[in-house]
Design a protein around this ligand. Structure first.
Ligand SMILES: [Zn+2]
Length: 175
C-alpha cells in the first residue's frame, strides 16, 4: 500500500514537472551580447564579419534570422505585444534601429514600426519565395532584420515588419 501511494505521488509529481516543461524561450535578453565581441551600442564602425564567425558568437535563432533571412513565427516574438518607451538596437551588432515612438500596434504578428533610423538601416529588393518585397538590413553589420511594406500608418505610410529576435530593446529607464 505504502509503495502504491508513493508511486502515485511520484507519477503526479512527474506529471507536474512535465507540464512545466515547455518553458518560453527568451533566447537572448542581452545574454549572448556578452559572448559577442562585435556588439556595441556606441561603436558605429562598419563590420565585415564572415558568417562562419557570426555562427560562433550568435545564438542559433538569431543566426538563422539575421544571417540566413529566416523569419520567426508570427505572434511568438517578445516585442510583438510590447509598448515600453525606449530604443531598439540590432541584436547582432548594437546599431540603433528604431525609437519606440515609431512603433505601432499591427495585427500582422511581428513588431511593426512606421519609421526607422535612417543611419541604422538600408534596403534591398527581395524576390525570394515568389514575392516581391523590400528587405530591411542593418547598416552596420548587414544582418537581415525583416521587410518594409507600404501599408503602414501616417505619417510615413510604411510598415517595418521586424523579427523580435533581431531586435534588442533598451528602455529609457535603463539608460
Ligand atoms: Zn547590426
Amino acid at each position: 500500500m505504502k509503495f502504491l501511494i508513493s508511486t502515485i505521488i511520484l507519477i503526479v509529481l512527474q506529471g507536474c514537472r512535465q507540464k512545466q516543461q515547455p518553458i518560453k524561450i527568451t533566447s537572448m535578453e542581452n545574454k549572448e551580447a556578452k559572448n559577442n565581441p562585435y556588439y556595441s551600442r556606441t561603436d558605429t564602425t562598419k563590420l565585415t564579419i564572415s558568417n562562419e564567425e557570426w555562427k560562433k558568437v550568435l545564438a542559433p535563432d538569431l543566426y538563422a534570422i539575421a544571417r540566413e533571412a529566416a523569419t520567426e513565427r508570427a505572434f511568438t516574438g517578445k516585442y510583438n505585444d510590447f509598448d515600453e518607451l525606449g530604443d531598439y538596437y540590432c541584436a547582432v551588432c548594437g546599431n540603433h534601429l528604431f525609437r519606440s515612438t515609431s512603433k505601432f500596434s499591427s495585427s500582422c504578428g511581428w513588431p511593426s514600426f512606421f519609421e526607422a533610423d535612417k543611419e541604422g538601416v538600408y534596403y534591398k529588393r527581395d524576390q525570394a519565395y515568389g514575392m516581391d518585397r523590400v528587405e530591411v538590413l542593418c547598416k552596420r553589420c548587414d544582418s537581415h532584420l525583416g521587410h518594409v511594406f507600404d501599408d503602414g500608418p501616417k505619417p510615413t505610410g510604411l510598415r517595418y515588419c521586424m523579427n523580435s529576435v533581431s531586435l534588442e530593446f533598451v528602455g529609457d529607464s535603463q539608460k
